[in-house]
Design a protein around this ligand. Structure first.
Ligand code: NAD
Length: 437
């Protein structure tokens, strides 16, 4: 293929020389003359393991051409990767100045081009940038429309500095957000045989994916470091603890607990997190991230309450109460906290949870609910139909077959559903609010 790469920094330089080594003709563009001079001489513009050899090889092959500006030489490319910088502003926003400039320049080049190049934005950008910033600028400057005159994708880059050449050939996966199927074709050809799955998705999903992955990596590092600081204050080496944490591939290093949904709760997570934070406080160890976990959980419950309140009616059916279906453990259930909040604000709640029978509750569980919702017996009903009929707002806390079937009958007309668990939206024929989707 003939491939353009605009921006020859860490991402662009690695992309350009690796593709040239793989046999493609590459036109690299950068405004930085020093980088262009180095590449012309077969020298890598950045320090990366293995890059010097590949750059020398690519330059010697004659397949790596470099240019100081986006010009007509890009017009007949099959794919044009845009890898310019998107540096942070002091308020955290990302500068899109270079992305916008390149979009206009590419548009001008495309104006008289006969080819159908697929333009692939690889710079990390906020969700919506490809469709609402990049695309209109190209379309305006070129007079062409996406899908007809050119293809458009956003492909997040997952390479890490220090191992970027290895990461180029062994990405965790290849994710491409595409405006249309035609745009995906040359990318499947180029990257389809790399290890890791090739996944086509929505451009905004792909854009947020990149930010989410990096936020997750930062979160993992900070979690390990907070456990490390706590361990040190307790005179133990938390590296051993984290080694063991990582050995659990079932609950810890897995997809468990990694889907947006309702708040955590129950008799263990809140209690043990509090215990850990107490240990830290006693030792004067600051653990702001783990402290923040309790804050974000409380905010999540408040958010569910605000979705209920937004409907305007005070009649609420709460479908589920305990901290997970099939248990009668009510201790620190987030659904109990939600019910308590709504009842405290004067909402008329009826609650259905077949596993919870007040007459059977014992011990700490019984004491907890008596303190939290003292008159629960008057609100709790085993009659799912009656509970649903009462509610103008149906709050779905469990996804059991009985509840799903009842929703099919009752989630209609002027009612609203607040979904905390991710039900099939197609079954709902009234107003629908997902908790975080
Ligand atoms: N560095 C990484 O490890 C990494 C990994 C994944 C994603 N990213 C993202 O990829 C993008 C590029 O990152 P980077 O580290 O390669 O940046 P970089 O600053 O190293 O390189 C950007 C290059 O773009 C060039 N440039 C700027 N404006 C230009 C223009 N109008 N025309 C042509 N060239 C222009 C600059 O001269 C520079 O060489 C960023 O959005 C970054 O967030 C970086």
């Amino acid at each position: 293929m003939k491939i353009g790469v605009v921006g020859l920094g860490y991402v662009g330089a690695v992309t350009a020389v690796c593709l040239a080594r793989d046999g493609h003709t590459v036109v690299g563009v950068d405004v930085d003359r020093a980088k262009l001079d180095l590449l012309k001489q077969g020298k890598a513009p950045i320090v990366e393991e293995g890059l010097a050899e590949i750059t020398a090889e690519a330059a010697a092959s004659g397949r790596l051409l470099v240019e100081p500006a986006v010009d007509a030489r890009l017009a007949d490319c099959d794919i044009i990767f845009v890898c310019v910088g998107t540096p942070s502003a002091p308020n955290g926003s990302q500068s899109l100045v270079a992305v916008e400039r390149v979009a206009e320049q590419l548009g001008q080049v495309l104006r008289n081009a006969a080819a159908f190049p697929v333009i692939v934005l690889r710079s990390t950008v906020p969700p919506g940038t490809t469709e609402t910033v990049f695309r209109p600028l190209i379309e305006k400057a070129s007079g062409k429309t996406v899908g007809v005159g050119f293809g458009l994708c956003f492909q997040p880059e997952f390479l890490r500095e220090g191992s970027s050449v290895k990461d180029f050939y062994q990405p965790p996966f290849t994710v491409v957000g595409a405006a249309n199927e035609r745009s995906l074709v040359p990318l499947r050809t180029l990257f389809g045989s790399l290890p890791g799955e090739f996944i086509a998705t929505d451009t905004r999903v792909a854009e947020l994916l990149k930010l989410a992955c990096n936020a997750f990596h930062a979160l993992k590092i900070s979690f390990a470091n907070e456990i490390g600081r706590l361990g040190r204050s307790l005179d133990l080496d938390a590296r051993s603890v984290m080694d063991l944490v990582c050995r659990d591939r079932s609950l810890n290093i897995s997809t468990a607990y990694l889907r947006p949904g309702f708040a955590y709760g129950g008799s263990c997570l809140p209690k043990d997190l509090r215990a850990l934070l107490f240990l830290a406080k006693r030792s004067d160890v600051d653990l702001p991230m783990l402290h923040g976990v309790t804050t974000t959980n409380a905010i999540h419950i408040d958010h569910a309450a605000s979705l209920v309140k937004a409907h305007g009616s005070r009649k609420v059916a709460l479908l589920g109460l305990s901290f997970k279906p099939g248990t009668d453990d009510l201790r620190e259930s987030p659904l109990v906290a939600l019910a308590e909040h709504l009842i405290g604000k004067g909402y008329e709640c009826k609650i259905f949870d077949p596993a919870v029978s007040l007459s059977r509750l014992l011990g700490a569980n019984k004491r907890y609910i008596e303190q939290t919702i003292p008159h629960l017996d008057s609100l709790l009903s085993e009659d799912l139909e009656a509970v649903c009929a009462h509610g103008d707002v149906l709050v779905v806390g469990f996804k059991t077959p009985a509840i799903l079937a009842a929703l099919g009958r009752h989630a209609r007309g002027a009612r609203a559903v607040v979904d905390l668990v991710g039900i099939d939206r197609a079954a709902i024929s009234c107003t629908y609010h997902g908790i975080c989707w």
